[in-house]
Design a protein around this ligand. Sequence first.
Ligand code: HMG
Length: 300
Amino acid sequence: MSLPQSVRLVEVGPRDGLQNEKQPISVADKVRLVDDLTAAGLSYIEVGSFVSPKWVPQMAGSAEVFAGIQHKPGVTYAALAPNLKGFEAALAAGVKEVAVFAAASEAFSQKNINCSIKESLERFVPVMDAAREHGIRVRGYVSCVLGCPYQGEVDLQQVAAVAAELDAMGCYEVSLGDTIGVGTAGQTRRLFETVAAKVPRERLAGHFHDTYGQALANIYASLLEGIAVFDSSVAGLGGCPYAKGATGNVASEDVLYLLDGLGIHSGIAMDALIAAGQRICALLDKPNGSRVARARLARG
Ligand SMILES: CC(C)(COP(=O)([O-])OP(=O)([O-])OC[C@H]1O[C@@H](n2cnc3c(N)ncnc32)[C@H](O)[C@@H]1OP(=O)([O-])[O-])[C@@H](O)C(=O)NCCC(=O)NCCSC(=O)C[C@@](C)(O)CC(=O)[O-]
């Protein structure tokens, strides 16, 4: 299979990246991050989550963040919504695209959203109905596709079954998440081969955390499988509050470098992206998780 000619990056830094941060981050700083990412040319930014603030306190101000950001025409600004309550809050905040999130592991589903996989899918039905009514597009996530922090191995047929359910209920795209970043390139190819038997490749995306340093290899393996949408996080920010020890997503800057090297178009400006990552890392007082950013900054 030949490599895709263009790739869409879904920037999840403001949501997946920041949700795990313990220190308070002001609405103004979150707004600045999203605006910086818009300026860098990202066409899709996951801005926040409409989840329980008791479960994920850092995402509590998501409505204010949506109210504060610049909405550039042609850019999608999305939010997570785990249930109808979250969807209604997102709608009230003017959100035009939401994402629902399920898991391929029962144990993770319970820890993350306090219900079984089956119950979570049932919860999404009214969300999908309301979204259809209001003309809101819905993206789907499946977590723990290559391993679970609680149950270990995950059956790829189970991943395919959950992805197929999300697809059938109307998610226009399903993102497969290696939540704890344990997967390897060979497993990634088998993952997409298996899931593509049930959901067409053009409706699948890859979401790789970089805990074991395999995320770029997994993205390359996914490209070879014909996948053309990847989630990434500026400066490699993040981790999941319900996946202890998992590091952030693959850094957007590093994915961009890979794509540029392959001649694959993404429309993103590297210098502006690096500047956005540096600004948020300075604010959080943490090292930049992008190797490309560190190398470029060291070069001066
Ligand atoms: C799903 C629930 C709400 C169930 O939580 P629950 O406790 O079972 O919910 P409930 O329906 O029993 O309600 C309990 C309380 O929460 C409130 N509530 C109920 N729903 C909402 C809502 N939407 N927004 C705000 N509040 C809400 C509700 O009103 C009530 O308030 P109280 O009466 O106690 O004051 C909870 O488990 C939750 O919010 N979980 C969020 C988990 C989360 O955000 N995880 C991180 C994102 S997923 C991820 O990172 C993985 C991904 C996507 O990146 C891909 C990958 O890497 O794998």
